[in-house]
Each structure stands twice: as structure tokens, then as C-alpha cells.
Write a protein that binds this ligand. Structure first.
Ligand SMILES: NC(=O)c1ccc[n+]([C@@H]2O[C@H](COP(=O)([O-])OP(=O)(O)OC[C@H]3O[C@@H](n4cnc5c(N)ncnc54)[C@H](O)[C@@H]3O)[C@@H](O)[C@H]2O)c1
Length: 435
């Protein structure tokens, strides 16, 4: 594809974020500060990364924006939905992630972002208790109201394109059910029949976004767009989708570290990951049904990197355990511990310990920016359906599990996929040459 086939990023880009909590307010505040020149968007690939294009004498290293037409920070307008009515300024203060000096210069802009009423069902997040909620009778009505929200936002802000990102609480686990989630017709019928235990509110947001020709990104581990019916809808609407679950702290480390073990053909006996966090996300995940959604997502990483069937001697019997403990004193400053039991020559055991003192929302914010800009780019480049090149940002990357396709979890393979997509959209050849 030649870059000329990619529609230019003209006009404003609307970013509608589901959830006005710690992650979304850290993201929004950071973008508003960065475009005033008061903060740096560190960690965002679209703002910092340089990749090689061309080979040999032709080769050069360029920022993404010099290869493909990306929306600029100055052209972004925000909206959110939340169960709590606090505006984005109040929500940023509540989250206690950022210091006043990093919030006050954009206070007016944050105060102007008042969350739209949420499409919410308390059965999906029992620990959330706000009243800024739509009073819909059925799931289909939820969809209709959300579609209206998107249309209103587009009209009021005069933005030419909108991307919808989910950064709301993790819902309870809704496993893929062939009776309701296989085809688009089934899904739509279940929404109209109001089958609440099969149709999570997040599915209504995703459906509404796609119906309004907006890319949809799932930042939590919710099943939502990771079902064949949604893949079908994304293809029908020719819109990009990606998920699931932002890859930020412990899983980022895991998907970057496991390749060391694999590349050196060392054995892996067990990997125990535990962490403490005390923000509202931690509170929601303290509920076993919500934690299970996260657990499924976090557990999927290792087995596709250290594969038992390819190396039974090395990876045939891995004990993989993930725990999250709600511990309020730490708020957003999560601490993660990983104990890795490996074995080497003649089976002799060794241990590796990793202690990551991170900041959850500080790690997540740049991912939201990258995912918004890159899914907007994908839409303009005519790419639709599951965007595998965005797996780099995801803990549990979407893939077609109905036909045995495996997810790519290895961070470095994911990075190659990301770089190649940028190259291809920019009219260069995809390749795997060592940089
Ligand atoms: N921070 C990270 O490192 C990280 C990494 C991966 C995934 N995530 C996920 O991102 C999400 C957001 O995390 P956070 O720390 O900002 O949580 P948070 O609790 O601070 O914010 C989530 C917000 O979503 C709102 N909400 C819940 N259900 C909603 C609905 N149906 N519609 C609209 N709003 C709704 C809640 O009221 C809350 O304000 C969580 O699902 C979390 O698991 C975070």
C-alpha cells in the first residue's frame, strides 16, 4: 500500500473514554499538559519511537509521524462516560496519581469534561456505586443511547473522527457462548431480548462505537469485542478493533523476560506473580468474579512464549500463578513481585526475583494515546477487524481462537508486528531485518 492511499488526519479527532477513573484522567491530563508544552508524553511509541524504513544505503530511522499521517495532540478532543458524576478535574484529584502542579494548568479544560451517563449494570461490577447511570430498559436501548451520545459529541465538537476506548472497571467474566456470541445476528437478538447475563454493558459500548463507524479498543480484560459476533460486526462496518487489557506492569515484564529464558533454552518450573494495589481498580478486582476476568488475561502470556508442545523437557510442567491483592495504603502505586523458578544444565534449579515498584496509571496512559492514534490511523488506512499489530499494547491479544490461531505474546515479536504495520501503511516493505 502506498501512503497516498491513507486518508489524511485532517480535522479533530474525538477520543471518547469509557470510565473517568485513574487511567483515563491520567491520560487526558497528560495529553492536555503535553500539548501546552508543560509535560512530556514519555512512554508513548507514537511520540518517541523511531523505526527503520528502507534497507542498506536507503535506510533511515524515522518517527511514526514521518512515516504515516498521525493525528496531532493539538487536534484531540475528549469525552468520557462514568457511573460517578464528578468532572475530569475532580476525578483526577480523587485518583491521587498526579500532583497539583501537573493538574492545575489544565484545570479549566478538565472541568469542562463532564462524564456522560454510564451504560451500567451493577451485577457486572458490584463494588461500583454511582448514580450517573442511564435508565435503559434493555441492552438494545443502551446501545441506542450510546449511539446518540457519540453522535451528539461529534456534532458538538465538530470532530471528523471518533475513537472509543474502554478504560472502565473490569467486568465479571463472561465466557464466549456459542449460543449468543457466535454470529452478529445472535448478538443483536440477545441485545433485543435483553439477555443480561450474556450481554455485558461493555458490549453495548463496543456495538455502539462500531455502529457509528468508530474504532473500539478494550483496555480491560473483558471479553467484549473478543467474540466472533463482534469480529463480524467490525468487518461489516470496516472498523478496527483491538484488545484486551492494557499491557502495563507485571505482564509487560513477563512478556519481555520470558523470551530470555526461551532464547537461552533454559527450563521453567514455575512463575509466581503477586502484587498489591489500592486504587479503585484494586477494589473492583478484590471481588472474585471480577478478578477471574483479570486472571484469565494475565495467565495467557507464558504458555505461548515457552511452549510445552515444542519443548516438553523445558516447559512441559510450568506452574504459573497470578495474584492481585487489594491494599489501600498503596493506592495507584502498585508493587509487584515475581518469583521465577528456572533450571539449567542437568536440571539444576535457580531462581530469579523481580520487584517492580510501579505506578499503574503512569504506565497505562501512554498506551491509551498510542492505541487511540494508531486505531485512528488503521481506520484511515482501510484496515478493519482485529488489529493484530496492536498486540504490543495488550496483555491478552485478540486472535481467532475458533480456528486454533495462537496469540503472539512475546514482546519482541509484537514489536516487529507493530513496526511492520507502520512500514506497510507508510508504503514501505514489511521485513524482519535486524535493526
Ligand atoms: N492501570 C493499569 O496498569 C491497567 C492495566 C491494564 C488494565 N487496566 C484496566 O483499566 C481499567 C481502568 O483502571 P483504573 O485504574 O482507571 O480504574 P478506576 O476504578 O480508577 O476507573 C474506572 C472507572 O470506570 C467506571 N465505570 C465502571 N463501569 C462503567 C461503565 N459501565 N460505564 C462507564 N464507566 C464505568 C468507574 O466508575 C470508575 O470511575 C480497569 O478495568 C483496569 O483493570 C489498568
Amino acid at each position: 500500500m502506498k501512503q497516498s492511499e491513507v486518508a489524511p488526519a485532517t480535522g479533530k479527532l474525538g477520543i471518547m473514554v469509557v470510565g473517568c477513573g485513574a487511567v483515563s484522567t491520567t491520560f487526558i491530563t497528560g495529553v492536555l499538559m503535553a500539548r501546552k508544552g508543560l509535560a512530556k508524553p514519555i512512554g508513548a511509541m507514537t511520540q518517541y519511537d523511531k523505526i527503520r524504513v528502507g534497507k542498506n544505503a536507503e535506510k533511515k530511522y524515522l518517527h511514526y509521524k514521518d512515516i504515516v499521517p498521525l493525528a496531532e495532540l493539538k487536534d484531540i478532543v475528549f469525552a468520557t462516560w462514568d457511573v460517578y458524576p464528578q468532572n475530569a478535574y475532580q476525578a483526577t484529584i480523587y485518583a491521587e496519581v498526579l500532583q497539583p502542579k501537573d493538574i492545575e494548568p489544565v484545570r479549566d479544560e478538565l472541568e469542562a469534561i463532564r462524564p456522560l451517563k454510564a451504560a451500567f449494570d451493577k451485577n457486572y461490577a458490584k463494588r461500583i456505586d454511582g448514580d450517573n447511570v442511564k435508565t435503559c430498559l434493555t441492552r438494545w436501548e443502551m446501545v441506542e443511547e450510546l449511539r446518540q451520545d457519540i453522535r451528539n459529541f461529534k456534532q458538538q465538537t465538530r470532530c471528523s473522527r471518533v475513537v472509543v476506548l474502554w478504560a472502565a472497571s473490569t467486568e465479571i467474566y463472561v465466557p464466549y457462548n456459542k449460543q449468543y456470541h457466535k454470529t452478529l445476528a445472535q448478538l443483536e437478538q440477545a441485545m433485543k431480548d435483553d439477555v443480561r447475563e450474556q450481554i455485558a454493558p461493555s458490549m453495548c459500548y463496543a456495538y455502539a462505537a462500531l455502529a457509528e463507524s468508530c474504532p473500539f479498543i478494550m483496555g480491560a480484560p473483558n471479553t467484549t469485542v473478543d467474540i466472533p459476533a463482534m469480529w463480524e460486526f467490525a468487518e461489516k462496518m470496516r472498523m478496527p478493533i483491538a484488545g484486551k487489557d492494557f499491557k502495563t506492569g507485571q505482564t509487560l515484564v513477563k512478556s519481555g523476560f520470558a523470551p530470555i529464558i526461551k532464547t537461552r533454552n533454559l527450563g521453567l518450573a514455575g512463575w509466581f506473580s503477586t502484587n498489591i494495589l489500592g486504587n479503585r481498580d484494586g477494589l473492583v478486582l478484590d471481588e472474585p468474579a471480577n478478578f477471574h476476568t483479570k486472571e484469565v488475561s494475565k495467565l495467557s502470556t507464558l504458555e505461548t512464549i515457552c511452549k510445552a508442545d515444542e519443548q516438553p523437557d523445558l516447559y512441559g510442567d510450568i506452574y504459573h500463578k497470578v495474584r492481585i491483592n487489594y491494599y489501600p495504603p498503596r493506592n495507584d502505586n502498585k508493587e509487584g513481585w515475581d518469583n521465577i523458578d528456572i533450571f539449567g544444565w542437568m536440571g539444576y534449579p535457580m531462581q530469579i526475583k523481580i520487584n517492580f515498584l510501579c505506578r499503574d496509571s503512569i504506565l497505562a496512559a501512554p498506551l491509551l494515546l498510542d492505541l487511540a492514534l494508531l486505531s485512528d490511523l488503521a481506520a484511515r488506512a482501510g484496515r478493519y477487524g482485529t488489529q493484530r499489530f496492536l498486540s504490543f499494547f495488550m496483555k491478552s491479544p485478540m486472535h481467532d481462537y475458533t480456528c486454533g490461531e495462537e496469540a503472539v505474546n512475546n514482546l519482541f515479536e509484537q514489536y516487529t508486528m507493530l513496526k511492520n504495520a507502520i512500514r506497510e501503511i507508510g508504503g514501505y516493505e514489511a521485513d524482519e531485518e535486524i535493526d
